[in-house]
Design a protein around this ligand. Structure first.
Ligand code: NOJ
Length: 770
C-alpha cells in the first residue's frame, strides 16, 4: 500500500511539474515574441554598479541601460531599499517591464557570517552546512537578493592557490555531498518561495587545477582525471537542482571554459541534462581575447554558440551580437535560447508574479544578524575548528589563572570573517580576546600584539587592497616581541593567535610561500624560548606549512576564519565548552616541495615502501613523502578506538550490497563526536586507481567510556571508476576497505567484487576486462 501511494504521489508530482513547465514555456514564449532583438540581447547582460568589483572593468550608465531594457541582471548591491530602486527602473520604466534578477557573492553567509567554506567543509556535517546556506538564503532574500554566486565546488590540490579557502578541499566525494547540501539550503523545495535564493555553482570547470597554484593560470588535465576527481561536485550540485552555473576563467583542453562548447553544451546540457542558465565569470568572456581566441565579436559569438547565456560585466554580448547576427556569425535561435533561459530563471524565482518578492525590510530588520542566526553561526564555527596537535592534553585550558594572549590576530575584528564576506560587517564580529572574556570570566589576560601580521611591505600593500586588514604598528618589531615575552613570563600559558589576514587567501591571493609570515614566526620563536606552554591558534584560508610549529609548540588549533562568532567559537573550544571534532578536508604538506599533495594519489610503479630502502623508489632525497597532517585528520580532547571491521558478506556484486560494521569506542576523558571515514582501494583495474578513495563517512557522538556501532552500506556503484572510454564502470576483483578517523590511521579488511551470477572463484575474478 505504501509503495502504491509513493508511486501515485510521484506521478502526481511529475504531472504537476510538467504543467508548471508548460505554463512557464507559454509565458516565456509570449514574452519573447514581444521583445526586440536589442531587448533580447539586453537580457543576456549582467552588470555591476560596484560593490563587488573583481576585475578592471565596472559597468557604466547602469540606470540608463536598465531603462532601455539592456540589462537582465545586476549584482553588487544589497539592502531592500537599494534593490527596490533599481527594480523600479526596470519594472516601471522599461518598455516590457521585465524584472531584473539581483545576485551577489553570498559565499559563507550573508550578514551573519559563517566559517569560510574550507572551514565549513571541515565539519563534515552536511545538515549543518545546509542549515548555514538556508540562513544565508533567508538573510540574502530579505535583503533583496534572488541569486547567490555559490557554492564554489572547485576541487583543489594546491594550497598555494588562494581560492582553496572558498571550496571544500581536495576530495570529490566530500565536495559532492557538500555541494548538494548548499544547493538544497539556498533553494529549498521551491524557488518561488521568497525566502530562497537561486544557487550558482562555480567555477565550471576545473578552476582549482591552476598550474603552480597561480591564480587564473592554465589548467591542463586528462579527461579521466576530470571525470573521476574534478567534475563530480559540479554534477552533484546540478543533480541537486542548482538553477545556474558560472563558467570559469581557465581553459579546458585549450579552449577557455566560457567559449567551450564541449563543456557548456555537450557535457553540461546533453550528458548532465542541465536546464538552468549559464553565466560567465567577471569579464571571462572578454578575457578570451587575451587567451588568444580572437576579437570581441568573434569570442562573443564563440561563447554564445558554446552555450553561455549571460555575460558578466564585459558587455561582449551587448555590443556585438546584433552585428554578428547580421553577419551570420550567430543565429536568432541561439540568442532566443539564451534569453529564454534567463527569463525562465526569473519565472522560476517568481519574479514575474512579484518583482519585489525578495525585498522585505521588516524581515530584514528582524532576521539579519539575529540572535538565532548568530547562535547557529557559533554552533557551526565550533565544529569547523580542527585540533592539529595537543601534547599532554594542554587543551582544554582551565578557566582560572593567567594567560598571555599574544599575536596580531588576538584582538582583531576586521579579519574574523575571512575572504568573500561582501555583505558581512566586521564591526559585528567577536575578536578572540572578547570571546575568551565571554567564556572564561575569571581568567586573567595579559595581552600583547607581539608582531604585525606581516612586515613585508609588498604583501601588506597587496593584501590591503580591499581594506586595512594588516595594520602596521608604529613600534619596532623588537619592541613588540619584547612586550610579548614579558607577558608570557607572567603567564601560566601562552595563547598565540597568528596566521593570515582574511584576504591573504581568496580570489587573486595565491602565495608562493605558505608559511606563517616571518614577523609572526619570529614572535613564535621568541615565545617558545620562554619555555612556557604554548597554544597556537591559527587563522588561515589554506593549509599552511607548520613543521616548525608542530615540532615546537604544545597545541595547535586551526580556526580558519570562523565568521561573525569567531572569538566565541574559539573560546568555546579552548576552554572545553565544545570538544573539537573538525577534520581536514585538505592535506597539510610537510614541505612546500611536496605540493601538489593529496591523499587520493596513485601508487606508481615504484612506491616507496617506508622501509628505509629509498634508492630507485618514488621519493625525495631530502624529505619524506608523507604530509604533516593527512586528509581527514583532526584530534579531539578524547580518544576514539576502532574495532576490526566486520563484513556482512566477503563479496559484493551488483544488486548485492555489503554492510560494513565496526565499533568506535571513546577511551578518553571527554564525551565527543567522531567522523568515521570509509575509504576503498581498487587493487586491480583497467585504469590505475588511487591508494585510497573516500566513499562514505558517518558522524557519531560517543560518551566517554562508551562505544557505538558504525555501519556503512557499499554497493558496486560505490566501487566504480572512470575507464578509458570515459565510462563509470565496476569491474570485479579485489578491493580493500579502510575505516578510520582520518585517511592515514585506519583499520582494514579485504572485499571481493564478483559478478552476480558467477560463483566467486579465483579464476572468475580477473579484472580489467573493459
Ligand atoms: C569573480 C569571481 O571569480 C567569482 O567567483 C565571483 O562570483 C564574481 N567575480 C562576481 O563577484
Amino acid at each position: 500500500m505504501k509503495k502504491v501511494l509513493t508511486i501515485v504521489s510521484a506521478i502526481l508530482i511529475s504531472c504537476l511539474l510538467r504543467a508548471q513547465d508548460t505554463k512557464m514555456n507559454e509565458y516565456v514564449s509570449r514574452l519573447i515574441s514581444q521583445m526586440t532583438l536589442d531587448e533580447k540581447i539586453g537580457q543576456l547582460n549582467l552588470v555591476t554598479p560596484g560593490g563587488a568589483v573583481t576585475g578592471s572593468v565596472v559597468s557604466k550608465g547602469v540606470d540608463d541601460k536598465i531603462r532601455q531594457g539592456l540589462v537582465g541582471g545586476l549584482f553588487g548591491i544589497t539592502g531592500p531599499d537599494k534593490v527596490r530602486q533599481a527594480q523600479d527602473i526596470a519594472v516601471k520604466n522599461s518598455r516590457l517591464h521585465i524584472p531584473l534578477i539581483f545576485g551577489l557573492d553570498v559565499i559563507h553567509g550573508h550578514r551573519t557570517m559563517f566559517p569560510i567554506p574550507l572551514g565549513l567543509s571541515c565539519t563534515w556535517d552536511t545538515l549543518l552546512i545546509e542549515r548555514a546556506a538556508r540562513i544565508a538564503a533567508r538573510e540574502a532574500s530579505a535583503d533583496g537578493l534572488a541569486w547567490a554566486f555559490s557554492p564554489m565546488v572547485d576541487i583543489a590540490r594546491d594550497p598555494r592557490w588562494g581560492r582553496v579557502s572558498e571550496g571544500s578541499g581536495e576530495d570529490p566525494y566530500l565536495g559532492s555531498v557538500i555541494a548538494a547540501a548548499v544547493v538544497r539550503g539556498y533553494q529549498g523545495k521551491d524557488l518561488r518561495n521568497n525566502e530562497t535564493v537561486m544557487a550558482c555553482v562555480k567555477h565550471f570547470a576545473l578552476y582549482g587545477g591552476a598550474e603552480a597554484g597561480r591564480e587564473y593560470n592554465t589548467v591542463d588535465m586528462s579527461r579521466i582525471k576530470m571525470m573521476q576527481y574534478y567534475l563530480p561536485p559540479y554534477k552533484a550540485a546540478i543533480d541537486a537542482g542548482s538553477g545556474s552555473i558560472m563558467s570559469s576563467f581557465n581553459e579546458i583542453d585549450g579552449i577557455p571554459a566560457t567559449g567551450n562548447r564541449w563543456l557548456l553544451t555537450d557535457l553540461l546540457r546533453k550528458q548532465w541534462h542541465f536546464n538552468g542558465m549559464v553565466v560567465s565569470d567577471y569579464t571571462s568572456l572578454n578575457e578570451m581575447e587575451a587567451h588568444g581566441m580572437g576579437d570581441l565579436s568573434a569570442i562573443s559569438a564563440l561563447a554564445l554558440h558554446a552555450g553561455l547565456d549571460m555575460d558578466m560585466v564585459g558587455e561582449g554580448f551587448l555590443t556585438t551580437l546584433k552585428n554578428s547576427l547580421k553577419q551570420g556569425k550567430v543565429t536568432q535561435q541561439e540568442i532566443d535560447q539564451a534569453c529564454r533561459r534567463i527569463l525562465e530563471a526569473k519565472y522560476k524565482l517568481g519574479l514575474f508574479s512579484d518583482p519585489y518578492n525578495r525585498m522585505n525590510a521588516d524581515r530584514a530588520a528582524k532576521e539579519l544578524l539575529s540572535g538565532d542566526n548568530r547562535k547557529a553561526a557559533r554552533e557551526t564555527a565550533v565544529r569547523s575548528l580542527v585540533l592539529l596537535k595537543n601534547d599532554q592534553q594542554l587543551l582544554p585550558l582551565k578557566k582560572t589563572g593567567t594567560i598571555a594572549l599574544v599575536g596580531p590576530l588576538a584582538n582583531d575584528q576586521r579579519n574574523m570573517l575571512g575572504t568573500w564576506s561582501v555583505a558581512g560587517d566586521f564591526t559585528k564580529s567577536i575578536p578572540v580576546m572578547a570571546g575568551i572574556k565571554n567564556v572564561a570570566h575569571d581568567i586573567h589576560i595579559i595581552y600583547a600584539k607581539g608582531a604585525n601580521i606581516s612586515d613585508d611591505s609588498m604583501l601588506v600593500k597587496r593584501t590591503n587592497t580591499l581594506g586595512l586588514e594588516i595594520e602596521t604598528d608604529s613600534r619596532s618589531a623588537d619592541a613588540m616581541v619584547d612586550e610579548a615575552i614579558a607577558a608570557a613570563k607572567q603567564a601560566d600559558v601562552v595563547v598565540a593567535v597568528l596566521g593570515e589576514a582574511a584576504d591573504m587567501s581568496g580570489e587573486s591571493s595565491s602565495r608562493s610561500d605558505i608559511s606563517i609570515p616571518e614577523s609572526q614566526e619570529n614572535l613564535l620563536k621568541a615565545l617558545v624560548k620562554t619555555g612556557k606552554p604554548i597554544v597556537l591558534v591559527l587563522f588561515n584560508g589554506r593549509p599552511l606549512i607548520l613543521k616548525w610549529e608542530n615540532d615546537h609548540v604544545g597545541a595547535i588549533l586551526d580556526a580558519w576564519f570562523p565568521g561573525t562568532e569567531a572569538g566565541n567559537a574559539i573560546a568555546d573550544v579552548l576552554f572545553g565548552e565544545y570538544n573539537p571534532s573538525g577534520k581536514l578536508s585538505m592535506t597539510f604538506p610537510l614541505s612546500q616541495g611536496q605540493i601538489p599533495i593529496y591523499y587520493n594519489a596513485k601508487n606508481t610503479g615504484r612506491p616507496y615502501p617506508g622501509d628505509g630502502n629509498t634508492k630507485f623508489k618514488s621519493d625525495y632525497l631530502d624529505i619524506p613523502n608523507e604530509p604533516l597532517y593527512p586528509f581527514g585528520y583532526g584530534l579531539s580532547y578524547t580518544r576514539f578506538d576502532y574495532s576490526p571491521i566486520s563484513l556482512s558478506t566477503p563479496d559484493i556484486a551488483a544488486g548485492r550490497p555489503v554492510t560494513i560494521k565496526l565499533t568506535v569506542t571513546n577511551t578518553g576523558q571527554y564525551d565527543g563526536e567522531e567522523t568515521a571515514q570509509l575509504y576503498i582501494r581498487d587493487m586491480v583495474a583497467s585504469v590505475t586507481q588511487p591508494v585510497k578513495e573516500l566513499k562514505k563517512f558517518q558522524k557519531v557522538f560517543v560518551k566517554k567510556g562508551e562505544s557505538k556501532e558504525v555501519s556503512f552500506t557499499l554497493t558496486t556503484e560505490d566501487l566504480k571508476y572512470v575507464n578509458s572510454d570515459l565510462k563509470w564502470v565496476y569491474d570485479p576483483g579485489a578491493f580493500k576497505i579502510f575505516v578510520g578517523g582520518n585517511s592515514r590511521d585506519v583499520v582494514q579488511t579485504d572485499l571481493m567484487g564478483v559478478m552476480p551470477v558467477v560463483p566467486a572463484t579465483k579464476g572468475s575474478m580477473q579484472k580489467g576486462k573493459n
